[in-house]
Write a protein that binds this ligand. Sequence first.
Ligand SMILES: NC(=O)C1=CN([C@@H]2O[C@H](COP(=O)(O)OP(=O)(O)OC[C@H]3O[C@@H](n4cnc5c(N)ncnc54)[C@H](OP(=O)(O)O)[C@@H]3O)[C@@H](O)[C@H]2O)C=CC1
Ligand SMILES: O=C(CO)COP(=O)(O)O
Length: 299
Amino acid sequence: MSKSVSIAVIGAGKWGQALQFALSFTLTCKITSRHIKPIENFVSLEEALKCEYLIFALPAQVVRGWLEAHFTFSGQKILVAAKGIEQGSGSFLNEIFAHYVPEDHLSFLSGPSFASEVMKGLPTAVVINSSNETLSKEFAAFFPSFIKTYTSKDVIGAEVCGAYKNVLAIASGICDGLKLGNNARASLIARGLVEMRRFGKYFGAHDETFLGLSGAGDLFLTASSTLSRNYRVGLFLAEGKKLETILEELGEVAEGVFTSAAIFELSTKHTIYTPIAHEIALILKGKEPRISVKDLLSD
Ligand SMILES: NC(=O)C1=CN([C@@H]2O[C@H](COP(=O)(O)OP(=O)(O)OC[C@H]3O[C@@H](n4cnc5c(N)ncnc54)[C@H](OP(=O)(O)O)[C@@H]3O)[C@@H](O)[C@H]2O)C=CC1
Ligand SMILES: O=C(CO)COP(=O)(O)O
């Protein structure tokens, strides 16, 4: 891979830094962020925006505001690495980006990929999703040999899976925090997968996406590990901690908190049956988790 490819990651949080680390095996990858950080190849936003390839690793809830404030399209090819649905509007990230970037310049990253493991060079497999297969393949070629890349055209499927699994990870953390047992957790994850598929199908997602890396792969990962911030939010909620305190102590983004509200809004608007996400939205507003368990069992 030519070191002369001009590429930058926007957002030097956990995931942005892990992606820059991974891509640095094959090319010189710049990075920029809101706050200046002592990272190799850290550049100004102005310099990053001149790159031909941009990778967005910002929290989903700030993406629209960031694009509005800083971005003008001048032919850049984009890979969106965030996972979430915008609260309030119920917009998927591909819908938000579509206001600023032509569809054939947009791609979306999905699949099981804890930043901390990528940072150690441990193997995983991810999917690059775009209606433009040439673009997916261009981005796929940038990844190092320890990350296997697949391509898919099911952008909405990847968007739904990446966002929904965070809500189900909170549910799974609650389940484990309440010590409900392995049977309960497996039941929750399996029914969660059914629920996420039902929701995704409404918006046009392809069936096979739910069985692959973007769906089952990322869901099984996130809903069964304390490495997941969303799962840890669930564990702490089960302990009775206040959400505000949990998020303050976490110090990193837990997208499921906002996405559960977005799913609640969307499924109410379109009459989609999403009982688990519904209960998580209520728990985040103060409902007692044990009452939610009772309600889910009797529903
Ligand atoms: N961590 C992981 O394992 C993975 C994360 N993701 C997804 O990637 C996205 C980012 O996650 P992650 O990097 O882990 O999150 P972090 O909380 O670690 O970092 C988020 C970064 O976003 C920047 N940021 C936050 N608010 C703003 C804002 N208003 N304007 C500009 N920049 C802002 C901050 O930059 P600064 O520090 O400069 O203030 C911060 O470092 C999320 O959608 C997440 O779901 C996807 C796969 C794996
Ligand atoms: O998306 C992730 C792994 O694929 C990271 O999950 P968390 O945000 O819950 O840590």
